[in-house]
Design a protein around this ligand. Structure first.
Ligand SMILES: C[S@@+](CC[C@H](N)C(=O)[O-])C[C@H]1O[C@@H](n2cnc3c(N)ncnc32)[C@H](O)[C@@H]1O
Length: 227
């Protein structure tokens, strides 16, 4: 059984006995349940920043991965890796680990991703500064960006900045793939000058989710404007 060291919850008030209790309880769970429990504990600490109470289901991960498998050899960037459910789906779909770069802002989740996927490049940072985060890796363009970020609960300006950063890396026909629990497009397509469509609805996810695929129309070369 894998160690859960590095994924236990540390409280600001430093309560070692309580931490040990969390750890003992997590050790008794199987891998999937442990991932769900860890995710939920992170959500309890920072609900709006994490943006979901549970990791994405396998079905949702696969539906996102289907959008990026036939897209050349440039890097595939995942935004908001969490505990790695979509990362795993991308690898299982055949994306080579050396092509994948995962960005995660939360320090604890970043460390979990590093431990779970030692051959994938995992970067700790905010997707708002995506190009600056990727530059030291020599990554200046992407075959696709798979975003698990809670875009609809972010301030509008932050969301627009992330979209602009993403499309600065994506060439023609290269998609930004985003899931949402909402009923409508998480991005204002018309205002941003993007084409977008739903490619899958995953009713079995908790909560049910849709996968959206966005591209920049052929004639449009400038970035979406940050208001
Ligand atoms: C809804 S969770 C998705 C996690 C995982 N990919 C999944 O599908 O189960 C969103 C993740 O995005 C991360 N995140 C939120 N805002 C971010 C930002 N601005 N930059 C990078 N990561 C961010 C959160 O820490 C969280 O792990």
């Amino acid at each position: 059984m894998k160690s859960v060291e590095g994924v236990r919850v540390r409280r600001d008030t430093a309560a070692p006995e309580r931490d040990a209790g969390h750890r003992r309880r997590l050790v008794l769970l199987d891998e999937d349940d442990r991932e769900t429990a860890l995710f939920f504990l992170r959500w309890l600490r920072e609900p709006t920043r994490i943006g979901a109470i549970a990791p994405s289901s396998r079905q949702l991960g696969r539906a996102m991965a289907r959008q990026v498998t036939a897209l050349g050899t440039d890097p595939v960037i995942e935004l908001g890796g969490g505990t790695g459910s979509v990362t795993r789906a991308l690898l299982e779909a055949g994306i080579a680990p050396e092509r994948l770069v995962v960005v995660e802002r939360d320090e604890r989740l970043f460390r979990i991703l590093q431990q779970r996927f030692p051959s994938v490049r995992v970067v700790r940072g905010d997707a708002r500064t995506l190009r600056r985060l990727l530059a030291p890796l020599g990554v200046r363009k992407a075959a696709a960006i798979v975003s698990c970020l809670p875009l609809i609960s972010m301030p509008r300006r932050t969301c627009l900045r992330i979209v602009a950063e993403s499309f600065a890396l994506l060439g023609e026909g290269r998609p930004l793939v985003q899931f949402t629990y909402g009923l409508t497009s998480p991005l204002a397509r018309e205002r941003l000058g993007l084409k977008g469509r739903i490619t899958a609805r995953i009713w079995a996810n908790l909560p049910p989710a849709s996968v959206w695929r966005y591209e920049r129309p052929r004639h449009r070369h400038e970035l979406p404007q940050v208001a």
